[in-house]
Ligand binder design. Structure first.
Ligand SMILES: Cc1cc2nc3c(=O)[nH]c(=O)nc-3n(C[C@H](O)[C@H](O)[C@H](O)COP(=O)(O)O)c2cc1C
Ligand SMILES: C=C(O[C@@H]1CC(C(=O)O)=C[C@@H](OP(=O)(O)O)[C@H]1O)C(=O)O
Length: 390
């Protein structure tokens, strides 16, 4: 499966086309809209989220609530577009006041895509860069992820994301019985954190950063349960599923690092403390005594939960300005801005779930039969039985 997205942050709409989603999968806009609403929440978001009420329209690939194997096209309108019709006009400009639309952006923000994007594509107006580099695009990635999650859920695979850290405040009470509890409890938290006390401190940290005109980042974690062993492959670099998941997480705007299981701590421990001992019993087949490697060995799933984390840097647009250089005048300036998120880590945890779900669903569809969800389900269940007795 693959997908493309199109759309500018303040343009009329965002679009995604999903290719290769098998036929027979039950799908309505409800499943997608639920995920879109989750992405919009979270303490620390700016005013834009009050303007938008993201709703996906399924415009192809589904009939009477089921996928038919054709490309699925999803559209999400930008409510904010109505305020930007002149500045973001698509047709050539006629009879428009100069200063209404010609207010070029010539002052690049440190940490955003503005300057490099302008140099690369030759734009003297950096709006042409920021419109597309904006994380507004993650809306339709979450829509694509919602379809992938729907597919995975039919196969008994559950995906949950949560926030581990914001602005240096770490969650420590992160135990949960079942993945459903994790999902439910994070929904109750304004920062999508399992640890209530840490969650309150995270909110304070966000408020403080906002008051200071600053921004903060953090760490999110995605857990996937119910994946059979052997998804992905060791035989070629581009078939290693952990590598694909790492790329997917890194592709989220502002993400700067990825780790699986104990991740970078593996460098600080001997092999005897890192590798997960293998056990077998009749009921469950092969499992591991621990899950330090986060569900992967040799680019393939082990059957243990996938545990992947990503680190998000602080939002680049700051009310407290950093110095930069105007590309027209070459003068040093201190950026002034109209609006921005001060922290989007909770929203990013929903995006992380979506991109992980998509990569995993793609790998499963590729490996277990491409065209029909019922056949994929049958093949997965045979694989589970086979590996239990292997
Ligand atoms: C959900 C989400 C919301 C974001 N909101 C903002 C924002 O309001 N202002 C901003 O400057 N950057 C925001 N970002 C980060 C930028 O999109 C990102 O830093 C930029 O695209 C440059 O890419 P890079 O940081 O990956 O290098 C957000 C990111 C995410 C995931
Ligand atoms: C619109 C979203 O996030 C936007 C991501 C973003 C950026 O630079 O990445 C900048 C802000 O855009 P604006 O200047 O319009 O407020 C965020 O609001 C969204 O998440 O749906």
């Amino acid at each position: 499966m693959r997908y493309l997205t199109a759309g500018e942050s303040h343009g009329p709409q965002l679009t995604t086309i999903l290719e290769g989603v098998p036929s027979g999968l039950e799908l309505t806009s409800n499943e997608i809209n639920r995920e879109l609403a989750r992405r919009q929440k979270g303490h620390g978001r700016g005013r834009r989220m009050q303007i938008e009420k993201d709703q996906a329209q399924i415009v192809s690939g589904v009939r009477h609530g089921k996928t038919i194997g054709s490309p699925i096209a999803l559209v999400v309108e930008n409510n904010d577009w109505k305020h930007w019709t002149k500045i973001m006009g698509i047709e050539p400009l006629i009879d428009v006041e100069e200063d209404e639309i010609k207010r070029k952006i010539t002052r690049p923000r440190p940490g955003h895509a503005d300057l490099n994007g302008a140099i690369k594509y030759g734009h003297r107006d950096m709006r042409n860069v920021l419109e597309r580099s904006s994380a507004r695009e993650t809306t339709v990635r979450v829509a694509a992820g919602a379809v992938a999650k729907q597919l995975l859920s039919v196969l008994g695979i559950k995906v949950a994301g949560h926030v581990l850290e914001i602005g240096g405040v770490k969650a420590t009470q992160i135990t949960y019985e079942r993945i459903e509890d994790l999902q439910e409890r994070t929904e109750q938290s304004p920062v999508r954190c399992l640890d209530e006390e840490a969650g309150r401190k995270m909110m304070d940290a966000i408020d403080e950063a906002k008051q200071n005109g600053d921004s903060i980042g953090g760490i999110v974690e995605v857990i996937v349960e119910g994946v059979p062993a052997g998804v992905g492959s060791y035989v070629h670099y581009d078939r290693k599923l952990d590598a694909k998941l790492a790329a997917a997480i890194m592709s989220i705007n502002a993400f700067k690092g990825v780790e699986f299981g104990i991740g970078f701590d593996a460098a600080r421990n001997p092999g005897s403390k890192v590798h997960d001992e293998i056990i077998w019993d009749k009921e469950t087949g092969y499992t591991r005594r621990t899950n330090n490697l986060g569900g992967f060995e040799g680019g393939m799933t082990t059957g243990m939960p996938i545990v992947v984390r990503g680190v998000m840097k602080p939002i680049p647009t700051l009310y407290k300005p950093l110095k930069s250089v105007d590309i027209d005048s070459k003068e040093v300036f201190e950026a002034s801005i109209e609006r921005s998120d001060s922290c989007a880590v909770p929203a990013a945890s929903v995006v992380a779930e979506a991109v992980v779900a998509w990569e995993l669903a793609s790998a499963i569809v590729e490996q277990f039969g491409q065209d029909r969800i019922d056949l994929i389900a049958e093949n997965i269940s045979k694989m589970r039985e086979y590996s239990r007795e292997f």
